[in-house]
Design a protein around this ligand. Structure first.
Ligand SMILES: Nc1ncnc2c1ncn2[C@@H]1O[C@H](COP(=O)(O)OP(=O)(O)OP(=O)(O)O)[C@@H](O)[C@H]1O
Ligand SMILES: Nc1ncnc2c1ncn2[C@@H]1O[C@H](COP(=O)(O)OP(=O)(O)OP(=O)(O)O)[C@@H](O)[C@H]1O
Ligand SMILES: [Mg+2]
Ligand SMILES: [Mg+2]
Lengths: 256, 256
């Protein structure tokens, strides 16, 4: 039961990295062997685990530009069952460098083929755009989990994201599924949040995960300590919501 | 006193669009003639003013791909002194299409040459990445205003943004200035906000605008009504902060 899940949304700041880091960690705590793969040149998923890949370190950039194999860039973390493939700013070069290559959308898919069965889950943290890095993720993934901030601009972007998924399903990756939508940064005092939630429930009733991630300050504090919130403060509302989401994800894919 | 100001930060969701839309509107209210130019394929600055450019409408995409002139895509809005150049998802194609063209970073600079003196300010809303669209903005701009969310990941990205600005100043646009940093989404109850604010004050004391933009729900409600918050709810804390920021910006550039 190896599943590659892309955490995708081209809208910025909706909780993609926070979801990728905390979901991956919570899945690892449920005895799933997990690889968190940072596909964003910002390298936030890496620093969210306290890892800063230097200029001379091998990262996913080297794999995409065929200068390294996937097994060279998979590192264990100090968290049981959780492994990381880091990224740093060098990855920003890949968008331009890959444009002219053959089958430029499938570099990641090919790279993951050899190692995917070593893990129960491979979680891909994507950048806030639908450029070549995100398209590589959509081509390599079995499913995508869409973090959706309960705000107007974020809702606006959803329709466009779903069109892109459609295009990818029609050509690059016919088996790509939408695993679900996770409502993030939910502030129950803000009426926009309730409006967005009811809109999404109306249009995509079967796609929404039950676990709603609340706006919770411990989630934004954790990265400055290089720890996922589910470890930094497991009793916080944010951490508990990600643990619950991980349980839903495991159940959804036939796990224990 | 025509000034082209890029609203730039590759970190997602830090308030670029909210700053571009409300600053542009507040400048227009202070008798400045302003063009708000949407350079993000998400088209949020356009929809923030209630404008939805359709497939058949001319947008900044057509100007960058040399199928239209700048004067064809400048529309008046129902707000005095405020004009808009809209964007829509077609603009996403420009990143790939421009890569192989001559002097690909300077398309926007060339396009703005003819019209820049018709305005006191041209405000560029940029996407959350440092791809070709943002590099075009950095090449065309006289100055950049960096919205900085008071969060850890956003602070991490600042160093990389400043390196990019350095590179652009060294080659594509030697006259590019950093007009300032505007602290956004500031929540005085959140200790991270205070930590980030003191970090930034320590490292960039001369660059920070005095007006700090608070987290204010009216700012996130306004886009769903297609109005800038400074018009939707001028008495709100968020709107007042943008009016104060606009006063600082006018003063900074020798205006009344
Ligand atoms: N539920 C939450 N409660 C409080 N803060 C949160 C929550 N989720 C994310 N954050 C904070 O909000 C900011 C944006 O989240 P994050 O960086 O995970 O989003 P992103 O979609 O990965 O952004 P980007 O588009 O730049 O990749 C971060 O500073 C993060 O710490
Ligand atoms: N000061 C504020 N108070 C409350 N909400 C805000 C504030 N500034 C922005 N927002 C909301 O936060 C979200 C992110 O802001 P915005 O879209 O302006 O950021 P951005 O940097 O333009 O994002 P992107 O990186 O996707 O372009 C939006 O939903 C917006 O309505
Ligand atoms: Mg991220
Ligand atoms: Mg924006």
């Amino acid at each position: 039961m190896s599943r590659i899940v892309g955490i995708v949304n081209q809208k910025g700041g909706v909780g993609k990295t926070t979801t990728a880091v905390n979901l991956a960690t919570a899945l690892a705590a449920q005895k799933q062997k997990v690889l968190l793969l940072d596909l964003d040149p910002q390298g936030n998923a890496s620093s969210g685990l306290g890892v800063y890949a230097g200029e001379s370190d091998k990262t996913i950039y080297h794999v995409l530009s065929r200068r390294a194999k996937m097994k060279d860039v998979i590192e264990p973390t100090d968290i049981d069952n959780l492994y990381l493939t880091p990224a740093n700013i060098q990855l920003a070069g890949a968008e331009v460098e890959l444009v002219g290559t053959m089958s430029r959308e499938a570099h990641l898919k090919r790279a993951l083929k050899d190692i995917r069965n070593d893990f129960d889950f491979v979680i891909l943290d994507c950048p806030p755009s639908i450029g070549l890095l995100t398209v590589n993720a959509l081509t390599a993934a079995d499913g995508i989990l869409i973090p959706l901030q309960c705000e107007y601009y974020a809702l606006e972007g959803l329709a466009h994201l779903l069109e892109t998924v459609d295009l990818v399903q029609g050509s690059l990756n016919p088996d790509l599924k939408i695993d679900g939508l996770a409502l993030t940064l939910f502030d129950s005092r803000n009426k926009i949040c309730h409006q967005v939630m009811s809109e999404v429930k109306k249009h995509f009733p079967k796609l929404i995960y039950k676990s709603v991630i609340p706006r919770n300050v411990r989630l934004s504090e954790a990265p400055s300590h290089g720890r996922p919130a589910v470890i930094y403060d497991p009793s916080s509302k944010g951490a508990k919501a990600y643990v619950a989401l991980a349980k839903e994800v495991v159940k959804q894919h036939g796990g224990a």
